[in-house]
Design a protein around this ligand. Sequence first.
Ligand SMILES: Cc1ncc(COP(=O)(O)O)c(C=O)c1O
Length: 312
Amino acid sequence: MGSPNLEAVDWIWHDGEFVSWNDAQIHVLATAVQFGTSVFEGIRAYDTPNGPAIFRLDAHIRRLFDSARIYRMEPPNFTPDDIAAVAKEIVLKNDLSNCYIRPMVLRGYGAPGLNPLNSPIETYVAAWPWGAYLGEDGLAAGVDVCVTSWQRAHPNTFPARAKAGGQYVNAQLMKMEALLNGFVDAIALGPGGLVSEGTGMNIFLVREGVIITPVLDGTSLVGITRNAVIQMAKDLGYEVQSEPVPRESLYTADEIFFTGTAAEVTPVRSVDHIPVGEGKAGPITLSLQKYFMETVRAENEDSHGYLTYVTG
Ligand SMILES: Cc1ncc(COP(=O)(O)O)c(C=O)c1O
């Protein structure tokens, strides 16, 4: 059920050196393992006519360091520029083109109790080939999802703007519930009962030609793809609104789609078994998906400076 295993490559970067994939090990009693103290990013590189290009590398590195700062674990020996350079190198060193890049900063083996401050901060950057997150069929035809019974955390409990490993136990509860009930993924409500986001993606609705996305209310991740897709939608001449979205809007939308580094632009064709619009990927969704894929593959002009070429 769900995703296949990770596709191993040769090298992972750890605190300044490349180690072989199988040697990138961590102690079972590391603070990150016991208590979830890691922050991470998910970044994609795409094949282009000028070699692999990383989509929005600077924004991802900024968010990694923001997450690390929130959790008081900024890498002591590496700057954002260093990690951005490693993100390019890891693609080259593993001879990858279309791939997913995973920088992680974590608290290693050290302190026995809850205080993480005395556990060493370790930084890793991995990469591997990864296709469509919710399946090729899902990208083309749309996915069937539910509203999960688990909620996103209240602001000022788990900081939603930080992408921290421990926070994803909540998303995993949602994902398992969805899969075991026959859905591909789930939409989460925030603590106030309004639509927040998907398990690992942001959400958009389309109603009478207007593109709507939930406000950033401190219960969702500030998606880098979300931001790019809003810009792309405006470039294509669509009206985009960010507003509070009640659950029932999901059942009456003409179109729904997810955005995320992993999910890219994935149409949603049903929610809780209610068809979205005509029960298939909608025209605005597909036009945005097309524009997004053309942009990441450098088939459009990169007018917003989204691409970083790994050999550049
Ligand atoms: C909870 C959550 N929401 C949204 C997203 C989408 O964010 P982005 O577009 O920056 O990948 C992600 C993926 O990182 C996520 O984990």
